[in-house]
Design a protein around this ligand. Sequence first.
Ligand SMILES: CC(C)(COP(=O)(O)OP(=O)(O)OC[C@H]1O[C@@H](n2cnc3c(N)ncnc32)[C@H](O)[C@@H]1OP(=O)(O)O)[C@@H](O)C(=O)NCCC(=O)NCCS
Length: 186
Amino acid sequence: MGLTYFKRFRMEYDLGEELFERPETPPGYWLFSWDERLQEAHGQTKYESFRFELDANVFPCLGDADGCRRLMRDIVSREGFLPEATWLLGTQLPQQRRFEYCGTIQGIRDSRETGSVQNLGVTPTHRGLGLGRLLLWHALDGFRSAGLKRVTLEVTARNTRALGLYQRLGFRTVRTVYKAIDVAYA
Ligand SMILES: CC(C)(COP(=O)(O)OP(=O)(O)OC[C@H]1O[C@@H](n2cnc3c(N)ncnc32)[C@H](O)[C@@H]1OP(=O)(O)O)[C@@H](O)C(=O)NCCC(=O)NCCS
């Protein structure tokens, strides 16, 4: 037994500047704005996106379907929950028989001027197509239309793909934090 420390970066995006260029939604993909009937789909897509990832060690609930469902319920019931910054992505590509959800992001207002991105996730088979960038753009646009000035998020330092994406889009690191996890779970 003992503690493992995960190094994480707190990053910030200044909404006072122009957003990065609005990405096109690729053919065969659809964005869904928040609707409470989509809460379950957000939770399930979160689970599909995180279950085999590093962050499921940092936050064990992300590696568990019920945990993701609970997390989604908690996010939605928070006073600062921001529907405008919460998006779900779905797809039905010609080679697929059925529609599926493949990406999720949620936003919270933390104070009058600051919001935070909760969990950005794209399911494994749909990565590298610009969908993470697309979800982030729509979330940031939602934070901006709600009158916020800046948006923060935290990313695990070893999550190079997410970190690189945030850096390229204009997020800057403002603090380094360490999250302690009992090795029984890590
Ligand atoms: C992080 C995540 C959301 C990115 O989603 P995505 O749809 O693949 O993102 P995009 O396609 O918009 O961008 C990925 C970027 O990584 C690059 N990339 C592609 N494959 C990569 C790889 N194997 N390693 C590192 N970078 C890679 C792409 O070139 C792209 O860069 P660009 O925007 O300069 O072109 C997705 O990988 C994910 O859900 N990961 C698991 C959950 C997670 O860790 N979420 C972040 C929590 S902070």
